[in-house]
Each structure stands twice: as structure tokens, then as C-alpha cells.
Ligand binder design. Sequence first.
Ligand code: FES
Length: 176
Amino acid sequence: MAEAKAAAKGKKEAPDTLWSRRDFFSYAGWASFLGALGLSSLYFTRLLFPRVLFEPSPIFKAGNPQDYTVGEVSTKWVKDKRVWIVRDDEGIYAIFALCTHLGCTPRWLRTENKYKCPCHGSGFTREGINFEGPAPRALERLKIAVAPDGQIVIDKSKKFLLEKDEWTKAEAKLLA
Ligand code: FES
């Protein structure tokens, strides 16, 4: 008996730890649970805001036909919409300001009566026909119509190509 007591005295007692093993696993379990909960909450929140690209509508109103002067190329929609509106003796048409070579935006040069692409020098007549530089085809025209309120409506999603003989279609020109 005395030997056993001596042996017990000789053993070092385990130091008091802040957390017992059971506490540690309990806290670790809660931490894992809360972590997983947080991640799944983030995931579901992310689902509420899908990665969608909001593109502007291809359709826009461009004022009244009277706003456009016969014989002039209007550049007022080039910056925002990339569209020239041209009025001739017959009516009004819209040209997409996108070079048919590699897609730069040409400039309307009124004194030279042509559109000139700054990238590789393609030139287009007032009507949009390519006549110099590497552009392989004419500029594209866009659908044009009149809305019930009398305003011009341009639809950039509908294009008319000269090489397909589409410039003569009714929607490619507004007789006004
Ligand atoms: S992009 Fe216009 S000439 Fe090349």
C-alpha cells in the first residue's frame, strides 16, 4: 500500500489544460458547421445575382423625320449608338458605323463627302459603299421605321446588306 502511494506520488499529474479533448472536438464541430453554413449562404446569395451581361436594347428612337435635313449625314447618334442617319431626296436611312474591314468606327468627313476609317484607311461613299482601302464590302444599313408617336425607330439587330441586294427592302429606308 505504501509502495502504491509512493508510485502515485511519483507520477506527474497531467497539467490542467484550458480545453479538454472533448471541448476541443465540440468546438471544432461547431466551427465546421458554422463555416459550412456560411459558405452555403454565400453560395445561395450568389445565385440571387446571376452573372448576366445586360446589353443595351438594340432599338432606339431617333427623333422626328423633320429633325433631319435633306442632303445631310447626321452624326448625332454615332457616339452613343454608332449610327449615322442620312436623309436624301427619297427618304431616310440608317447606316451602322462599323467598318466592314476589322470593325473600327469610321468618321464622316463632310468636306470630302465620305466616311473614312482611321484604322487602315478604308473609304465609303455617303451611301455607305466601299471605294478605297481594304474594306471588302459596303457599310450595313439598319432597320428604320416610324413609331406611333411619329418618331423614327432604329433597330440595330436587323441589318441590310448591299451585296444581298437588301438596301431596296422597305424596312431599309423610310420614305419621308
Ligand atoms: S478597320 Fe477600317 S479599314 Fe481596317
